[in-house]
Design a binder for this molecule. Structure first.
Ligand code: CA
Length: 434
């Protein structure tokens, strides 16, 4: 789902990116649980019969009005009519567009799927099949072949799942009404530009339901900004040319600051009594400082000598594995602004390269919070006087900070990791205030 979050316009999309592909990203704000779409059987509301006549009329009116916008931007009338004529809203997309993630998947389950032995093996085969192209791409853009292969695997399982919606129907369905018009309208315009500039037939541009497309799931805006023709046939074809797709991803990462030859991060071990306050994906410090504070590799060796800065990322809190992530991890977040996604790419890349698995144990006994519990978690923090911000069920940066302050006050490990035990504790304090 690399709905490449490179552009500001895409930022608001973060919240729903998790829904694009089941195993893909999660909310960007580094909650360690991965929102999942509700399984169909357990899905209550989201009423989704065929669109009503009124909705149809509203949609047709949008398509009619948007024609002026598109033509004003240089889209040929014949192309617009070819791409947009005769479309109707897609009922499945309307349903996905309104869905709220009820269930969350623990990060360890997400990683188990994302970096499964089968996916590692398939990645090694896929890499071998593209060895020549990947060598040339690595030489030109300075991005590791393992990282590129891992992105390919995360996005479309090495090209086996590139989406089957019509990109214009998908984006027009999201653009005419609903919570994602701000994302979908510029993307729709960019999809038209892409068809025109790239010479693609509108019927030959399949996408995910959210309009991400091709081997590495670009959005139209990222295609316009970063796509390259690497196989030299004169077309930037991310659907049908694997070299074009992998090189476009490499170009994007390179332009976002990828540091050649540097790792994304390493698993580390924290010393006993470590203060977790600074262990946050947003807090970068010189690696030398982490070394001085007793952080070592997970095998107990001193941290590598490097002038880089790094942040400690504890995706499952103080009871789970710890990673020291470098600048390249931040670059991966530019591709998809979800820390679990970037971690999965890094681990999958390492595994494809033949490195070992994560060493630390995951706290598998932790039950993920339901949406109601996530809302209550935020409400409890707010009511106890810790500013957790808007109560929207998304446990992001502000919630982590508020939780850390609460944990500090209670002399608990200040890891900012939301658990049922903490929720029950806060519930109790609110029920019987001292
Ligand atoms: Ca090409």
């Amino acid at each position: 789902m690399a709905v490449l979050l490179t552009h500001k316009i895409l930022r608001p999309a973060c919240l729903w990116l998790p829904l694009l592909l089941g195993a893909c990203a999660m909310h960007p704000a580094t909650t360690s649980m991965v929102p999942q779409p509700k399984p169909a059987a357990a899905t209550p509301p989201v009423p989704q019969p065929a669109p009503s006549t009124a909705a149809e009329a509203e949609f047709r009116s949008f398509v009619h009005d948007f024609r002026q916008t598109a033509l004003a931007q240089g889209i040929a009338p014949s192309l617009y009519d070819l791409a947009m004529g005769g479309l109707s809203p897609n009922a499945k997309i309307l349903s996905l567009n309104e869905a709220q993630p009820e269930f969350v998947k623990p990060v360890w389950d997400y990683l188990a799927t994302a970096t499964s032995p089968l996916r590692v093996r398939n990645g090694q085969n896929a890499l071998a099949g593209q060895e020549q192209a990947l060598s040339a791409i690595e030489a030109r853009y300075g991005v590791s072949r393992y990282i590129l292969t891992a992105i390919w695997g995360m996005e479309t399982n090495y090209g086996s799942n590139i989406g089957s919606f019509n990109i214009f129907q998908a984006l027009a369905t999201l653009a005419y009404d609903g919570p994602r018009t701000g994302y979908a309208r510029p993307q729709l315009l960019d999809a038209l530009k892409m068809a025109q500039q790239g010479g693609f037939a509108p019927s030959q541009m399949p996408s995910s339901w959210a309009g991400a497309f091709g081997q590495t799931q670009f959005t139209p805006s990222t295609w316009l900004a970063h796509a390259v023709d690497f196989d030299g046939d004169g077309r930037k074809d991310l659907w049908r040319s694997v070299p074009d797709a992998l090189a476009s991803s490499a170009n994007l990462l390179s332009e976002e600051g990828w540091a050649q030859g540097e790792p994304w991060g390493i698993e580390v071990r924290l010393p006993d009594g470590f203060s977790y306050e600074d262990a946050d994906i947003d807090i970068f410090k010189p690696v030398a400082e982490w070394r001085a504070r007793g952080v070592r590799t997970v095998l107990g060796e001193p941290l590598p000598q490097t002038p880089q800065t790094g942040a400690l990322f504890l995706p499952a809190g103080s009871r789970g594995p710890a990673f020291l992530v470098y600048n390249n991890f931040k670059v991966l977040l530019r591709y998809n602004n979800a820390s679990a996604y970037a971690l999965a790419v890094g681990i999958l890349a390492d595994r494809i390269a033949g490195k070992g698995e994560v060493v630390g144990d995951w706290p598998r006994d932790e039950q993920p919070l339901t949406r109601d519990e996530r809302l209550r978690f935020q409400r409890d923090l707010n009511q106890l006087g810790f500013n957790a911000g808007k109560e929207d069920g998304v446990l992001g940066r502000q919630v982590r900070a508020a939780l850390r302050a609460y944990q500090k006050e209670k002399a608990l490990p200040a890891d900012g990791f939301a658990t049922k035990a903490l929720l029950e504790r806060m519930d109790g304090e609110l029920a019987s205030p001292k």
